[in-house]
Design a protein around this ligand. Structure first.
Ligand SMILES: Nc1ncnc2c1ncn2[C@@H]1O[C@H](COP(=O)(O)OP(=O)(O)OP(=O)(O)O)[C@@H](O)[C@H]1O
Ligand SMILES: [Mg+2]
Length: 423
């Protein structure tokens, strides 16, 4: 059976989905759905990916490129171990690894590739991403590119479209590891969707919060024991492996603070555990969060939609799990936002929905045998049971009700590209 590979290349993590006429399935790499995007360049210049790259980076961080995506966005070349490396090759290594894992579960290579990219990327970034896909031996994605907010919107529309009242709008707040996008979609009175606005911050995400939290931890360490602080942190890290381990700890603490009120970190040579509270973390990231909320409020205002006509505010991206984001949203917009159990998966599932809908569109326009197009009509009278936003992402079928939303989604994306300038 012909299938489509859909990849969301993330600043921190990359995810992929295999889509075919039966639905879609996450690709597992090293036993998980999220593959760290880190690439490690060894002494001989060979590239390593996934868990192995991460483990190598822990021992010898000088060979690690933590985010090949950011390197690709920044330019053609990166320097690792005093060696010039093409950023296209770094990203190709990530794409190839995930494609290899996907192909392992199928009897044929993918027929099509859907790739996502940040809305704010220039032509150079997208061109280099295409070069990386081709270097990885994958199909040319040029016809099936989708910006990350378009993909998130596509998934929400595909799974929730019928539940959004006519004449109202939804806003999507997508905060990942390195980028932020705010998008507003309007559902017109004829049922079609339009992108009413998009705004964002191309360099805002979990990485900024890591840096802010690092400063809090160092400050707390100084207050606990000024002498030990100077000894351990005063003149930078002597061993790069310690620096790497500390950064990993910072990320762990940050993620723990989404469920706990405090978390502790231990650093080699420092005599006590260094405690950080959620309140300290929130204070440290509040300027960053303010920028994201400014963008969200701006896009709601400029799209001509009063806050009260927002039917839903939806969250996507790993960093959107920080609880204060939902709390602030409730204060600013008077309602709590909706999310899924897997906010990271929204983008790649949207890419899969888009890829399958494009395929159906092609098939509908091709004089093909009718049985080749298997589309179920939309369910009459709306949906029952579990609210759409609580459904487990993996079980979202692509075929159900597709005729009803096909024109709405593809039309919205086409109109968006021809009328809305990305920020
Ligand atoms: N529970 C959590 N609380 C806070 N932050 C979290 C949590 N889980 C993951 N994160 C953060 O989310 C970020 C990764 O999110 P995600 O995987 O959506 O980003 P990405 O796709 O790699 O990046 P981008 O889309 O910006 O290129 C990391 O910074 C990670 O530390
Ligand atoms: Mg992402």
């Amino acid at each position: 059976m012909s299938w489509t590979l859909c990849i969301d290349l993330g600043t921190s993590f990359t995810t992929a989905v295999i889509a075919d006429e039966d639905g879609c399935k996450f690709v597992e790499v090293d036993g998980g759905r999220r593959m760290p995007s880190v690439v490690n360049v060894d002494q001989a210049g060979r590239l390593h990916t996934g868990r192995q790259a991460h483990a190598m980076a822990a021992l010898d961080p000088t060979g690690a490129i933590r985010s090949p995506k950011s390197a690709l966005a920044a330019g053609e070349h990166a320097v690792v171990r005093s060696r010039d490396v093409r950023t296209v090759d770094l990203v190709a290594a990530v794409l190839r690894r995930i494609a290899d894992e996907a192909v392992r579960t199928r009897s044929s290579p993918p027929a099509r590739l859907v790739l996502t990219h940040p809305a704010g990327w220039d032509e150079g970034g997208v061109r280099r991403l295409t070069a990386a896909a081709l270097a990885a031996g994958l199909p040319d994605p040029s016809e099936l590119y989708l910006s990350e907010p378009e993909a998130a919107a596509c998934w929400y529309m595909h799974s929730a479209g019928q539940d959004i009242p006519l004449g109202s709008a939804v806003a999507i707040y997508d905060l990942g590891g390195g980028t932020f996008d705010a998008t507003v979609l309007r559902r017109n009175h004829d049922g079609a969707f339009d992108f009413a606005g998009i705004d964002g911050e191309p360099w805002l995400g979990g990485q900024n919060f890591d840096k802010a939290l690092e400063r809090v931890i160092l400050d707390n360490a100084r207050h606990i024991d000024a002498g030990a602080y100077t000894r351990v942190f005063g003149s930078g890290w002597a061993d790069p492996a310690d620096a790497f381990a500390f950064r990993e700890d910072v990320i762990r603490v940050k993620e723990e603070l989404s469920t706990a009120q405090f978390s502790d970190v231990r650093v080699r040579g420092f005599p006590a555990a260094i405690r950080v509270t959620r309140g300290q973390f929130v204070e440290a990231i509040s300027p960053d969060l303010e920028r994201s909320f400014d963008a969200l409020v701006r896009v709601v205002e400029t799209s001509g939609i009063a806050g009260s006509r927002l039917a839903h505010i939806m969250l996507s991206g790993g960093s959107s799990q920080i609880p204060v984001i939902s709390e602030l949203m409730t204060q600013v917009f008077g309602r709590s936002p909706q999310t899924t159990s897997d906010p990271k998966g929204v983008v790649v599932l949207g890419a899969a929905a888009y890829g399958q809908l494009k395929l159906m569109e092609q098939q509908l326009h091709r004089p093909a045998a009718p049985q080749q197009v298997q589309v179920q009509p939309p369910a009459a009278g709306g949906r029952a049971g579990t609210p759409w936003y609580e459904k487990e992402a993996a079980i979202v079928g692509i075929g159900v009700g597709a005729i009803g939303v096909l024109g709405a989604i593809l039309g919205a994306i086409d109109r968006h590209r021809s009328t809305v300038r990305l920020y």
